[in-house]
Design a protein around this ligand. Structure first.
Ligand code: MG
Length: 458
């Protein structure tokens, strides 16, 4: 079955050559450009967009197509080349452009690509704005200009250095450099290799880089989950490194391997970063409803509060701005520090975790041991929109002794654990996340969810 092109709050994602073609990309560029020009008010206003792409072989084709669509509606394009998603977010603000575009399908396999949109503040589009751009694209409402009004494309290669300077400004470079950490980094042949090695060198680390060539020919499945980063674990162990870092292809997500070569789980990325930040700057933490209670424990120990939001970095970033949060992010290894940008940033995660190690003098395994753990199981099963709704409705009837949050699917909070059920907005699946300190409790809730699924899907 051919998959459909998915247009969501986070942008557009599809299979190159099937539903994500040059025509689609050009029209999406024109729709976004038309929206930005209207927002800037009047046709005479200069409007510019920074555009970067991850390393996928289809990136150049899509970049050319999107640039054509933007220029056709009178928007100038600053082409950043192959850069990370957080790098583009930093550059939107630094260049004072009205918008940003990232060509990436994040952790999806090579046949996919996608187009993510950012506003002038470097943040993802709020849902009402995303809806406006989607409508303009679907209804083909483009404000084409005449020959003299067409936009121009210029290139800019300052992203890495600008981004690194911003990240270094939030940590103590001398303190980290003094430790001369041995670090292994796996960039999965994505966009993160070059900039991450440069950052680590400036932090005085001895770096071993694997899968660092930005070919887009991913050396392993690109999501930085436990099964996919075994090579990194082996190299950390054989090199006797202090820590291993795994990025996804656009380098907004970060997973960590401890000094014994053990994968510690993406949930600890935000936890460790929050632990460091809260030791220095008291304040609130924002994270989504799918993220571990580890973050609540860390915030509570520091007498601070956690604000929960629907899934999606735009929601987390909005809550951070609204509540003056000192740190935020998502449990899938995404750390946001607004001093750098309002998007998830693996470089921020790397710098904050190294700072925590430098200041405490502790190994990663010790830091993780102190935080303590939960058992978390993530399941996903195919379900269309109607089926997903029926599963949620039935779950609400069955799980009656919980505190229920329905802002994004359903999160059921019990004394002994929690369950979050939500339909994905990028795939026709429903995700179930269950967490507890007790493995048997996790299994109990999983069994309940599977029973509900079987009743609905047969
Ligand atoms: Mg990503």
């Amino acid at each position: 079955m051919a998959e459909r092109l998915i247009i969501s709050i986070s942008g557009m994602r599809g299979v190159v050559g099937e539903n994500l073609t040059s025509t689609v990309a050009t029209e999406y560029g024109s729709a976004f450009g038309t929206f930005l020009k209207a927002q800037a008010g009047g046709e005479d206003n200069k409007t510019s967009v920074v555009m970067g792409r991850d390393s996928r072989p289809s990136g150049q084709m899509l970049a050319s197509a999107i640039a054509a669509g933007l220029c056709a509606v009178g928007v100038d394009v600053v082409d950043l080349g192959i850069v990370t998603t957080p790098g583009v977010a930093v550059m939107v603000k630094d260049t004072k452009c009205e918008g940003g575009i990232i060509i990436t399908a994040s952790h999806n396999p090579i046949q996919y690509n996608g187009i993510k949109l950012l506003l002038g503040n470097g943040g993802a589009l709020p849902s009402d704005v995303a809806e406006k751009v989607k409508r303009a694209f679907l209804e083909k409402r483009f404000g084409f200009v005449d020959s003299r009004g067409c936009g121009q494309v210029i290139t800019n290669n300052l992203t890495d250095d600008t981004h690194i300077d911003r990240v270094l400004s939030i940590v103590d470079r001398e303190a980290i450099s003094a430790k001369q950490f041995k670090v292994v980094v796996d960039s999965v042949n994505g966009a993160g290799g070059r900039v991450t090695q440069k950052l680590l060198s400036r932090l005085g680390c001895k770096v071993t880089a694997i899968n660092d060539a930005p070919t887009g020919l991913f050396a392993h499945q690109p999501e930085p989950t436990v099964d996919n980063v075994t090579e990194l674990c082996d190299v950390v162990e054989s090199e006797q490194a202090d820590i291993g870092f795994a990025q996804d292809p656009d380098a907004d997500r970060l997973a960590i391997v401890d000094e014994t070569g053990k994968y510690i789980g993406e949930e600890y990325t935000l936890a460790l970063a929050a632990k460091y930040i809260l030791s220095k700057r008291p304040g609130k933490v924002a994270t989504n409803l799918s993220t571990s209670r580890i973050v609540d424990d860390i915030a509570k120990a520091a007498d601070n509060e956690v604000i929960r939001t629907p899934v999606g970095e735009a929601n987390v970033a909005a809550a951070m701005l609204e509540n003056d949060c000192v740190i935020g992010g998502e449990g899938n290894g995404g750390v946001i520090d607004l001093r750098v940008s309002p998007v998830r940033d693996s470089l921020v995660g790397i710098a904050l975790v190294l700072q925590l190690m430098a200041e405490t003098g502790k190994k990663v395994s010790q830091l993780v041991g102190e935080i303590g753990g939960y058992y978390m199981v993530k399941e996903k099963f195919e379900a269309d929109e109607a089926e997903a709704q029926r599963i949620l409705d039935l779950a609400k009837k069955r799980l009656t002794d919980a505190r229920v949050d329905t802002r994004d699917g359903c999160r059921f909070d019990f004394e002994d654990g929690w369950v979050h059920l939500r339909a994905s907005n990028t795939e026709p699946v429903i995700r179930a996340i269950v967490e507890s300190k007790d493995e048997r409790i996790v299994q109990k809730y999983i069994d309940i969810i599977l029973k509900i699924r079987n009743e609905v899907l047969g």
